[in-house]
Design a protein around this ligand. Structure first.
Ligand SMILES: [Zn+2]
Length: 290
């Protein structure tokens, strides 16, 4: 296990950050627009989000680079700006953290379904490698692979990340199947934990999908299947579309009330995904570190 993850996990629970996409939308990002492009066009607003999390008590914040791989950026005609967008993302979070929080890079999926056979695995691996080289060159502290559903894709991203020598956090989303406890591809928490551990992830986890209640059982199952620290970021309840807007129903207090159960189940790193805000992080900090 990488020294930084070991050092942080020894002081668990570690408070991470909350959602970025919904926070950028609150600052004017249009739904469907490319959030990562704001690292170049609106760096000040991105920095506001990062700073709000640090001030709320995040000990680790991410970067606004979830979709900064060439496949996702191609959809906004920015495939040739991978390096700049990732570098800027790290610089923005680093400025906001100002030594008060660690900066881990967000890396999301390509949106390509390998099983369709339209792209070769090596093309996806090369796209992740390109993004990771830029993040590593900008001096990020660790890499967080998040919101993955396909074990084949996250394993390619892990392979691409290995040469960086950075600590690796690997997270999947378990929101499918009858019990909403498998990934879209049918992977169980046990299968994910075993494969990601064998592939050398330093921490393993789950983010997005459902609200925090369902994450207690998922955390317990991951914990039983790996010796790695767990990184857990639930959504703020289930999304509802009201008047064309996606709304998350859970309050910061309701969310924070379940956080001790997550820690009890084995979570070392705790934060929030879609719909969570700096208020949620402040509520978690109040609950865990009063
Ligand atoms: Zn999410």
């Amino acid at each position: 296990m990488h020294g930084l993850i070991r050092e942080l996990a020894a002081k668990a629970p570690v408070i991470t950050d909350g959602a970025w996409g919904t926070q950028l939308q609150a600052r004017g990002l249009e739904v469907g627009a490319c959030p990562d492009a704001w690292n170049l066009s609106h760096p000040g607003r991105v920095e506001e989000v990062a700073r709000a999390y640090v001030e709320a008590g995040s000990q680790v914040i991410l970067t606004n680079t979830f979709g900064a791989n060439r496949f996702v950026l191609a959809r906004c005609d920015l495939a040739d700006r991978v390096a700049e967008i990732n570098r800027s993302g790290v610089e923005i979070s680093r400025r906001a953290a100002d030594g008060r929080a660690r900066v881990f890079a967000s890396i999301g999926p390509t949106g390509i379904l390998l099983a369709m056979g339209e792209h070769r695995p090596e093309d996806l691996r090369a796209a992740f490698a390109e993004q990771i080289r830029a993040l590593a060159a900008a001096g990020v502290d660790a890499l967080v692979l998040e919101s993955f559903s396909d074990p084949a894709e996250i394993l390619l991203a892990l392979e691409a990340a290995k040469p960086s020598g950075l600590p690796l956090v690997a997270c999947m989303t378990f929101d499918s199947g009858k019990g909403h406890n498998r990934t879209l591809m049918g992977t169980t928490p046990e299968q994910a934990a075993e494969q990601l551990t064998a592939a050398g992830a330093d921490a393993i986890g789950s983010n997005c999908g459902r609200g925090i209640e369902g994450f207690v059982a998922i955390t317990r199952r991951l914990h039983a299947a790996t010796d790695r620290p767990l990184w857990i970021k639930p959504n703020a309840g289930l999304p509802e579309v009201i008047g064309g807007q996606t709304v998350y129903g859970q309050t910061a207090q309701q969310f924070a009330a379940v956080v001790p159960a997550l820690v009890e189940a084995g979570a070392s790193f705790v934060g929030g995904c879609c719909g969570t805000t700096p208020e949620f992080i402040a509520a978690i900090a109040k609950t865990l570190k009063p």
